[in-house]
Design a binder for this molecule. Structure first.
Ligand code: ZN
Length: 194
């Protein structure tokens, strides 16, 4: 991330749309009441409230899924991930965040889904990814662990979207596993099935 950190407090909170009272182009105050989009009365620059894009991974390692807990503002178990910087490719942001938070180099395999909530600034993109090795907690991670699919701490996940992404990824994984297990034996020997 490009946002600087302070050890005492973690990441500073990003400026919200409601806090944007001055034109970032020329510094003029916006007239009240504030509007969406903001139109600067001095330089006519127009600003729209872009969503914040966050990317995360259901990261498979050795048959389990990596979950972690943050040092700051810990709310529960999270998927590895973070903010996508402006101009950064989403997949590159995900690989960067995975490396920062787990020490592993991941291969991104699939898109699980896109999650958003009315009134919330964050749009979450959840992927599946795989990696090999033993996850190591990064500087902003207090605990990191690989959970077997039947061992996911559903009651202690950080965000509703974490549960949604995990649930969808696991259902897809189960469907793929069942299909793969059921398919080959019938025809593999070239014999008719009685
Ligand atoms: Zn202006």
């Amino acid at each position: 991330m490009t946002v600087s950190t302070t050890p005492a407090t973690g990441h500073p909170k990003p400026l919200s749309w409601d806090e944007l009272r001055f034109c970032p182009g020329c510094g003029a105050p916006y007239p009240l009441p504030l509007t969406t989009p903001r139109v600067c009365p001095a330089c006519t620059r127009v600003l729209h409230p872009d969503p914040r894009v966050v990317v995360c991974a259901v990261l498979w390692v050795d048959g389990g899924i990596v979950l972690l807990r943050r040092v700051f503002k810990d709310r529960g178990w999270m998927l590895p991930g973070g903010h996508v910087d402006q101009g950064e490719a989403v997949e590159a942001a995900l690989q960067r965040e995975i490396t920062e938070e787990t020490g592993l180099s991941a291969t991104i395999t699939d898109l699980v889904g896109v999650f958003s909530t009315p009134g919330e600034p964050v749009v979450l993109l959840a992927y599946t990814a795989t990696a090999q090795g033993i996850p190591q907690a990064g500087s902003e991670t207090q605990t990191i662990r690989v959970f077997a699919p039947h061992d996911i701490p559903w009651d202690h996940l950080a965000y509703p979207a974490t549960a949604l992404a995990l649930d969808q990824a696991l259902k897809r994984f189960a469907a793929t596993t069942i299909a793969t297990a059921a398919a080959p034996s019938t025809f593999s020997c070239g014999k008719d099935v009685p």
